[in-house]
Design a binder for this molecule. Sequence first.
Ligand code: MG
Length: 255
Amino acid sequence: MRTVWEILLMIILGICLKTIGAMKPAPYSSYSDLTHCYCLSWRLGVESNNVRAWRTVPTQCLRYVQYYMLGGQYESDLDLIMEQIYSYIDDIVLTNTNTTDTQAWILDVDDTCISNLLYYTGKRFGCDPYDPMGFKTWAIRGECPAIPAVLRLFRKLLQSGFKVFLLTGRDEETLGQPTIRNLHNQGFVGYERLILRTRDYKGQTAVSFKSAMRKQLVEQGYTIWGSVGDQWSDLVGDCLGERTFKLPNPMYFVP
Ligand SMILES: [Mg+2]
C-alpha cells in the first residue's frame, strides 16, 4: 500500500509537469506560421552573411519582408545598431587623444544614408529581379529620402570631429550629380568627400572597388574608425578600419 507521502508526491509531480507543459509554446500549426519561421531564418542568414549571392527574395517571403520593412522592425533594428555605434564613438572620443583631422568614418550611400525603400516597394520588396535601368531611372530623380537614424549618426560623427567619407558603387559619370543633389537635399552636408565609382573601376565587384578606395584613404594618412553599410560587400575586404556595422537590408544583395 502506498503511503500518504508517496501519493502527495505524485500529485505535486503531476501539477509540475502540467505547468511545464503549459509553458511550452504552441507548435507551428499553419502554413503562415511555417512561412514566417522560414522567412525569419532566411533573413537571419542574409544578415549574418551565411546566405550569399541571392538574386531575389523568396516569393513566399514577400509579405514577411514587406512587414519587416514597414511594420517597425526595420527601424527598431536600426535604432539598436545606432546605440552600439554611439557607445563606440563615445569610447573613441574619450580615449583617443589624437586630435589630428585624419580620423575617419566611412558610410555607404544606398540604403545606408538614403533609402530606396520606395523604389523597392514597386519591385515587390526584392521579389522581382534586379532591374538596372529601372534603378538608374529612379536614382537619377535624386529623390531618395534620408534614413533618419543614419542622418543623426552622420551629424553626431561630424560634431565629434570625425571626417566622414561617403563611399558608393554608384557610377560617377551618370549618377554623380543627382547623388550629390540628393544627399544635399536630405541633409547630408559637411562630409569630407563623396567617392563614386569612376570609369577605371567599372565592372569590378563592390568589394574590390571599395577596398581600393579605403586603401587610398589609409595611404593618405587617414585612420578609419568605422565602416557602416547595408551590404556585406561594404564590410569585407581591405582597410575596413577598427569596426564594421551592418545595417539591415533583406531586399537585395550586392556582390
Ligand atoms: Mg548600400
